[in-house]
Design a protein around this ligand. Structure first.
Ligand code: FE2
Length: 209
């Protein structure tokens, strides 16, 4: 049976400095993210046990735990790939065209994504999502790792707005973190993700125009 594992970072902990400190990256990846992958695997084991024993009394709690830990694992795995050292700039090609089409301009998109992250109440994320029914990009807010999602949306770019992502360096000045992160987006990665998902379909003819 397959299980989830912590992916290696493709750059050094300190590679995103000064925008994200090496110590934050080390704790965030090695401790926080690792706990979500472990939690997802442990929850799957408990679901196996429940099926074996035909005892589903704890099922609602296990389903909630699976959504939380697995979503945390997916979003952090994506977040690390979305980032890279010294990459300031803008997306190009089809991704740039789609952003202009769906948000009006890159600057409007950037402002909306930054605000989406900055106005999360409690812990959560901002996510750029490809919505395959309307065939459009959306900037969405995710609570914790799993709530407030529109079903079917495929995330291609995410901003971690949990305090563990910035507090050690930015303390309560989280807006500074959400501005600084625009210096380290890996636009090539986001563009490749866009190309990979833009033909996804839920086969719901008649549900959009
Ligand atoms: Fe995080």
């Amino acid at each position: 049976m397959s299980s989830y594992q912590l992916p290696d970072l493709e750059y050094d902990y300190g590679a995103l400095e000064p925008h994200i400190s090496g110590r934050i990256m080390e704790l965030h990846h090695d401790k926080h993210h690792a706990a979500y992958a472990k939690g997802a695997n442990e929850t799957l084991e408990k679901l196996d046990e429940a099926r074996d024993k035909e005892d589903f009394t704890r099922l609602p709690g296990l389903e909630k735990a699976l959504a939380f830990h697995l979503s945390g694992h997916v979003l952090h795995s994506l977040f690390w790939k979305n980032l890279a050292p010294k990459t300031a700039g803008r997306p190009e090609g089809a991704l740039a065209d789609a952003i202009t089409n769906d948000f009006g301009s890159f600057d409007k998109f950037r402002r909306q994504m930054t605000q989406t992250a900055g106005t999360v109440m409690g812990s959560g994320w901002a996510a750029l999502v490809w919505e395959p029914v309307g065939k459009r990009l959306l900037a969405t807010q995710i609570y914790d790792h799993q709530s407030n999602l529109a079903q079917g949306g495929l995330p291609i770019m995410v901003i971690d707005a949990w305090e563990h992502a910035f507090y050690l360096q930015y303390e309560n000045r989280k807006t500074e973190f959400f501005e600084a992160i625009w210096n380290v987006w890996n636009w090539r990665d986001v563009a490749e993700r866009f190309d990979a998902v833009r033909d996804a379909t839920l086969d719901l003819a008649g549900a959009s125009r």
